[in-house]
Design a protein around this ligand. Structure first.
Ligand SMILES: [Mg+2]
Length: 392
């Protein structure tokens, strides 16, 4: 039995440069913006134990300042703990998060799973039980833009869907224009539905932009017409109203997918048992790491429901690879003219979440290397470092 203890935790913020991409001023969503060159912040966490093992994780997405601060506040409490006692640590951290939300847990938990995988010389997916090594994937677009060669018209969305279909994708999800303009969004949904609706699964993520439930219903009827696979976060309840989404579900044929804005297991399960969502939604970065998400996958399975893993990254792949009741891996956020900003420049060359990361059958591979199965480029991180916090 391992008696090792966590003896040091390092949190490092660093910059990456995003080309041709802007962040929406509201902080919600990113979009194509030619000739833009901006620095964005990311962070990495490393957890060291007394046996010399190191668990590492770098969340692929933005919001690094908030999440790093939350993870730092929690990290003080786990120095001296057995790093293999992930359940004990998960329970402790959830208790500490009672009034402040749970986003700080994910990176710590995922780094602990990485450490455990390295200790046992197997991937996280294998630690969880192992189910598959290939994941069916869908292309998930960036938000729309107003650029001539961008996702700026219904036909541009349809053209890009065809391009993704030709690459091998079996699914395509649109994030619209952020304005919640019912007419504009409906035109786009119809264009994509007409062009590829009978050739691949199509999904629509309204990103909670429609003002009213009635707007959401009107758009949902178009999803019904084109046999959409799901309709995600329809309106401005923030994707959290159990009653509102239950009413919507009862009035549409298209399955509703909400849950990515709810931050704990119990509320996610309440959504399912009250009919607010056809699917559950798990995000290792935000939902208590691999530990929290594996519980949601299992809870959903017990209810006979599928759990769709949110967003792309090594942790998402490892989780889905150990899950039977999950349909698609989300390759987001892709665009016809610029790179996916969530495929970070810190991975070894074997790992990518760019548009071409799938095989000819539309699958991504899951690494069978220890832990997360990626090697992070700490030289790059050191070179672009902003700040390191060391706890011991
Ligand atoms: Mg979404």
């Amino acid at each position: 039995m391992s008696k090792s203890k966590i003896n040091k935790i390092e949190l490092t913020s660093f910059e990456i440069e995003l080309i041709d991409i802007e962040e929406n001023k509201s902080g919600i969503g990113i979009f194509y913006s030619p000739n833009s060159k901006k620095k964005h912040i990311r962070f990495g966490i490393r957890i060291f134990d007394t046996d010399g093992h190191v668990g590492e994780y770098i969340p692929p997405r933005s919001r690094a300042k908030v999440i790093m601060a939350a993870s730092e506040a929690l990290s003080y409490h786990i120095i001296g703990k057995n790093p293999l006692h992930r359940e004990e640590i998960y329970r402790q951290l959830r208790g500490l998060c009672k009034h402040i939300g749970e986003v700080g847990i994910g990176p710590i938990d995922i780094a602990l799973w990485d450490l455990a995988g390295k200790k046992h010389d197997c991937s996280i997916s294998d630690l969880l039980g192992g189910y598959r090594k290939l994941l069916p994937s869908y292309a998930s677009t960036m938000h729309g833009d107003r650029e001539k060669n961008g996702l700026s018209s219904p036909e541009a969305y349809a053209d890009f869907a065809e391009e993704c279909l030709e690459l091998g994708y079996k699914g395509y999800k649109m994030h619209g224009w952020n304005k919640g303009d019912v007419k504009e969004e409906i035109e786009m949904l119809k264009a994509v539905g007409k062009r590829v609706g009978d050739k691949m699964k199509i999904m629509y993520d309204a990103g909670c932009h429609f003002n009213t439930l009635a707007n959401a219903l009107e758009v949902g009827k178009v999803c019904d017409e084109y046999n959409f696979y799901w309709y995600e976060d329809p309106y401005k309840d923030g994707g959290v109203s159990i009653n509102g989404n239950q009413v919507l579900s009862q009035n549409l044929e298209t399955p509703i997918l909400v849950g990515e804005h709810v931050r704990n297991l119990e509320t996610s399960v309440d959504m399912l048992t009250n009919g607010a969502s056809f699917f559950s939604r798990a995000d290792p970065d935000y939902d208590g790491g691999i530990t929290g998400c594996h519980k949601l996958v299992a809870s959903s399975e017990g209810l006979g429901i599928d759990c769709e893993v949110h967003a792309c990254g090594p942790a998402m792949r490892q989780l889905m690879a150990a899950s039977r009741n999950s349909n698609f891996y989300e390759v987001n956020l892709v665009h016809p003219k610029c790179k996916n900003p969530w495929s970070l420049p810190v991975y070894n060359e074997q790992y990518s979440d760019q548009l071409d990361c799938i095989d000819e059958n539309g699958n991504v591979k899951v690494s069978d290397q220890p832990g997360l199965g990626v090697k992070y480029d700490w030289e790059y991180i050191e070179k672009n470092k902003l700040n390191t916090i060391i706890l011991n």
